[in-house]
Design a protein around this ligand. Sequence first.
Ligand code: SF4
Ligand code: SF4
Length: 244
Amino acid sequence: MPDRADNHFVDITRDTEFHFDCHPGVSCFTECCRRLDLALTPYDVLRLKNGLGMGSAEFLERYVIIEWDQRLLFPQCSLTMVDDGRESCIFVSENGCTVYEDRPGACRAYPVGRGASRQPDGAVREMLVMVREPHCLGFAQSTSQTPKRYFADQGMSGYSRANDRILSIVQHPRILAGYRPTRQQLDQYILALYNLDEFRRAFCEDSLSMNRPLQPDELQGLAGDDELLLELGIRWLRQELFGP
Ligand code: SF4
Ligand code: SF4
């Protein structure tokens, strides 16, 4: 979710109508891929590293800055920007995004920003804002959109679903009540959610375990399905942070 202090944000719903289109013909093409702070979710990293045919450890090493600021409850992973005078995204080219098929959820949703919060009953409440930045000329296009249609076109559903699952950790009732993970637990957070290939290796070598027998989908995750592995990572992390 972008910084709410910026006055270009307007609250919207999934059915709010707006006019917008983005294509290589707009004169601002790729402007939104520069001078930005792009936080990556675990699912963003999963998609990007697989799309690039790279292990998670190598991807984190080459493309991700992990910020360990004590004011943040959990470390923040951001995509590296290039020092080219325009702070361009490391994946942008003159022809557009070089990782388009696996671009992060925030890039897909733009100019809509999506946040979510976990309710006391465990349900997830979605919050949407329209981000109107002066450099973005997409709003001058005549194509009629709603966030619901736009998200469907941009393939957002898998991203939203996976991102919402992380709320069971970062907005766990104990976190909301003031519990703060130790540095070792924060290392576990990066391992289980962002460094999936190392998490799998550690689990397969019995360095990590669940305090119950693994379920069939969890075994499938260990056998090679990264999306199911991420789900195991979330469950394991909950066990390590909050107990059974
Ligand atoms: S990942 Fe692609 S769409 Fe997102 S900022 Fe980088 S170049 Fe732009
Ligand atoms: S600034 Fe807006 S219209 Fe221009 S490329 Fe980015 S999203 Fe598309």
